[in-house]
Design a protein. Structure first.
Length: 237
């Protein structure tokens, strides 16, 4: 939602009035001011309350309530299956920021330059979203842990908050360079074309590395987790 400069000017006296008003009025003003700030710096919210109109994909597994995007395949009887939710729009260069809350053993991914068909980890690019501490993931390859460009570039570990707490992540894509900042620490900063010029770490074909644009979104692996405060900024404009 784009808010004009006039909207920002009007928000200031409202905030002053709310200081002497009720707690609910103060909360509403804070949220409105935050929305103005996000619009002013070019970020667009992708989840508006219970609304998923900006997305396409498996809306039976991905549901929104009060701005929180929940992934719960168990409730839908589809546990163990995938399920992707991708932006309706396509992007080339962008900044994608979000918060996520893992459950024990949670596994998901952030699709980049993804097509609507095929395995986005290979036909596009996948950044891991993973509970690194789960015993079942103890023997993974470095390029399979949280924040890694799957099969191509490993991310640093040790910066996830304990399972159940909310993590903040900012992903920046410029050309073939991807930067991932997790809870204020850069855990990945690399060029995936440069990293794969002599072959990928997993030894597999990744035709998606040649894509320069596509959808952005979440790639399910049948695990429960939640997202909120999901924003994107298009850097190609």
């Amino acid at each position: 939602m784009k808010i004009t400069t006039l909207g920002l000017a009007l928000a200031i006296p409202v905030a002053l009035y709310s200081c002497s008003g009720s707690t609910s009025e103060s909360t509403e003003t804070t949220e409105a001011t935050a929305e103005v700030a996000s619009s002013e710096d070019g970020f667009v919210s992708l989840v508006d309350g219970d609304n998923l109109d900006a997305w396409i994909g498996d809306k039976a597994v991905y549901t929104a309530k009060d701005g929180v995007l929940s992934v719960n395949p168990e409730e839908k009887g589809t546990e163990g299956s995938g399920g992707n939710l991708l932006t309706e729009k396509e992007y080339s260069d962008f900044v994608f920021k979000f918060e996520f809350q893992l459950t024990p053993g949670a596994n998901n991914g952030l699709g980049i330059h993804a097509p609507l068909e095929g395995d986005a980890a290979y036909e596009g690019i996948e950044l891991q979203i993973l509970d690194n501490t789960a015993d079942k993931y103890a023997d993974l390859h470095d390029y399979q842990y949280h924040g890694s460009v799957y099969g191509v570039i490993p991310a640093k570990r040790g910066f996830l908050k304990p399972v159940g707490e909310w993590n903040e992540e900012v992903v920046t894509v410029k050309g073939s360079n991807i930067t991932v900042v997790l809870n204020g620490t850069t855990i990945l900063d690399g060029d995936y074309l440069e990293a794969s010029k002599n072959g990928t770490l997993d030894g597999k074909e990744h035709p998606g590395l040649a894509r320069t644009s596509g959808h952005v979104g979440f790639l399910g692996h049948g695990e429960v987790l939640s997202f909120k405060n999901i924003f994107i900024k298009d850097l190609s404009k």
